[in-house]
Design a protein around this ligand. Sequence first.
Ligand SMILES: *[C@@H]1O[C@H](CO)[C@@H](O)[C@H](O)[C@H]1NC(C)=O
Length: 451
Amino acid sequence: MSRRKPSNIQDGVNGVTAATTTLNNNGVSNSVVNTIPKIPVRFFLFAACLWWSLWILALFGASAPGHNRKISSISVTDYDQLKNVIVSHAKPINIEYVDVSDGNKEHPHLGATDENGRIGYIHDETALRKNPPSLKIDDSQMNKFCKSRDEHFQMMHNRIVVDTDYDRRTMEESGIHKRDKLFCLVYTFDSAHPMIPYILETWGPKCDGFVVGSNKTDPSLGTVNILHEGPEEYNNIWQKVRSMWCYIYDNYYEKYDWFHIGGDDLFLLIENLRLYLESEEIKSAANGGIYLPDGTETTQTPLLLGRRFALKGDLNDIFVSGGSEYTMNKAALKLLVTEGLDNYFPHAHTFSEDTMVSKILQKLDVLPYDTKDEDGGERYMPFMPGFHWSYRLPKDPLNSKEWYAEYSINIKEGAEHCSPKKCGIPSCEGREYETTIRTGVRFVPEGVFGD
Ligand SMILES: *[C@@H]1O[C@H](CO)[C@@H](O)[C@H](O)[C@H]1NC(C)=O
């Protein structure tokens, strides 16, 4: 369950069908030119027309990322418009809890077992927040990290800012503003349990609710053996994640507003994630896109937030990637569990849970929301900070044979890749920093820096 490419890359698409619209200008022109002498004139005219159409498409479509590219046949020219299209595409749904567990008799609603194997175990998801373990720091290792001036360091120090002040302020004002409740879900298996303390000692307790889905229940680590169809293996993560979302929905849905999932190598900047989720942009998006909710709403527009990738460059086939994984609001989780999981790919055997979730929600009219900030900086990172710091796009991204360039949607390079404004992991302060570097910052929020 380590860091990985968007899951469909290695293995094909795993039941997710996709049309490729990437244009290969050279390929097209060569084949036309080569065949001209051998074909009748009307074919030549046809080929010439096709050639020109493809060129025009290439010039105004694929080769101009972010401009006149299409989402579900609607031409989109700027971020705000794009976001409106995504939001208005989804139907608001009633967010009242509906029991679909059917007595917890079958996958994916079978539930979990306790450490003695007894079924029906429900973990206290607030245990970690109430009793966070202390940060354990190995000074010599820390010093080594802190002396390093590598690219991770550059991105962490020169760009990223953790908005702890926002968190403190809003907590103080929480009598006035109701804070959103965030549930964090990590998936792992028993051999990787040594990774879990890094999360427990850093960002885990900042979530209101926290559960680690595993194949072994260990209350001291917050790991829960959540039963799922098929074997416990990388290639079957989809079944595991299906069962995990059902477990979360069946047991914790009503108490939380947001649900984030990630692997055991994830590092979330919870302060910034909250800042984003509680922003006017996201609150109004969850309320249909125009007005802020006043807290009395019984319906909500489903939101799927994460790092968007276009499958093979096709903007009609956008998914949120693994790495930083994704965040759903109540409406999206309810829709996924009550209408999605039983009806789409119920028995698929695949590791590409991220594309599966995106695909199912897309079938239910929920497109991944564009999580870039107003300057085009990304908030959800698929890779370690240093990668994004030094990454430069190839000249012709859509034809580069480099999946990251081809799949990325209008990304910026270097420091600007990460969302700008205030922010920042302050300095080499303890294991939090080490952990951040070790596990990779996958959520860079109002990120950059610089003052
Ligand atoms: C958990 O899954 C791993 C990988 O398949 C396996 O080696 C291990 O024995 C499993 N643990 C339990 C408690 O079933």
